[in-house]
Ligand binder design. Structure first.
Ligand code: HEC
Length: 217
């Protein structure tokens, strides 16, 4: 009996995502892929503040609309500044040459950023800018020393205050986490179904088990 419970637990842990171990010293990014409103806010923040420089070339507007349940009309009217058709990938209008001239380095594509660096790093990076007069943009970053990116969220932070700003960055990080692995949304839902299935299956197995051993004990 105990062994059966243990086995069920062992099967279910990876499904819930506990198997993912994150980096130790960074603060945990307060994100939740099940929070659709947060993902929608994150998408809007990304498009308004980041897409000017960074592409997400592996994510199409249409996929985002479907996954995050954003009505296509809203995406077409309010979110597609850099594309004509909803089937197009999310590309920045900034050319590599321009970028190299302005920033010394091209802003990398961010589709896979959260998988590359981890969501905790992305969150620490976006909340980690500080004033530094020795740098060309007057800012530096705690987790990315001598970064070439200006602190584009500075104004937003000043207007919102620290707490609301951190929440907004969490939404943005949540969106980057989603973009780096869109199927994770579906997989997490599947995991829950599998767990429910296992729990239901457990009941007849328990009684069958009792029944089989009844005469032997
Ligand atoms: C004005 C252009 C510009 C905007 C707008 C901008 N970035 Fe950047 N970003 C850059 C540049 C340039 C770099 C490369 C910095 C370097 O390599 O030193 C960069 C780097 C990054 C990195 C680190 C990439 C790595 O090397 O792992 C992340 C993450 C990032 N940006 C996220 C964002 C997010 C999120 C937004 C929107 C809030 C944003 N950026 C808006 C120019 C921009």
């Amino acid at each position: 009996m105990k062994r059966l419970i243990l086995a069920l637990l062992l099967i279910s842990l990876p499904l819930l995502g506990y198997a993912n171990s994150e980096s130790e010293h960074l603060e945990k990014a307060p994100i939740n892929l099940q929070d659709r409103a947060s993902l929608q806010r994150g998408a809007q923040l990304f498009i308004n503040n980041c897409l000017g420089c960074h592409s997400m070339k592996y994510l199409r507007y249409e996929r985002m609309a479907d996954d995050l349940k954003i009505p296509k009309k809203i995406v077409e009217d309010n979110m597609m500044f850099t594309a004509d058709k909803i089937g197009e990938p999310m590309l920045s209008p900034l050319s590599k040459e321009q970028a190299a001239k302005w920033f010394g380095t091209a802003p990398p594509d961010l589709t896979l950023e959260a998988r590359l660096r981890g969501a905790d790093w992305v969150y620490a990076y976006l909340t980690g800018f500080y004033a530094d007069n020795k740098r060309p943009w007057g800012v530096n970053n705690h987790v990315f020393p001598d970064v070439g990116m200006p602190n584009v969220l500075e104004k937003m932070e000043a207007q919102m205050g620290k707490d609301a700003f951190h929440k907004a960055v969490a939404d943005l990080t949540n969106f980057l986490e989603y973009a780096s692995e869109p199927v994770a949304l579906k997989r997490q839902r599947m995991g829950v179904y599998v767990l429910i299935f296992l729990v239901i299956l457990f009941v007849p197995i328990y009684f069958l088990n009792k029944e089989y051993w009844k005469d032997i004990h």
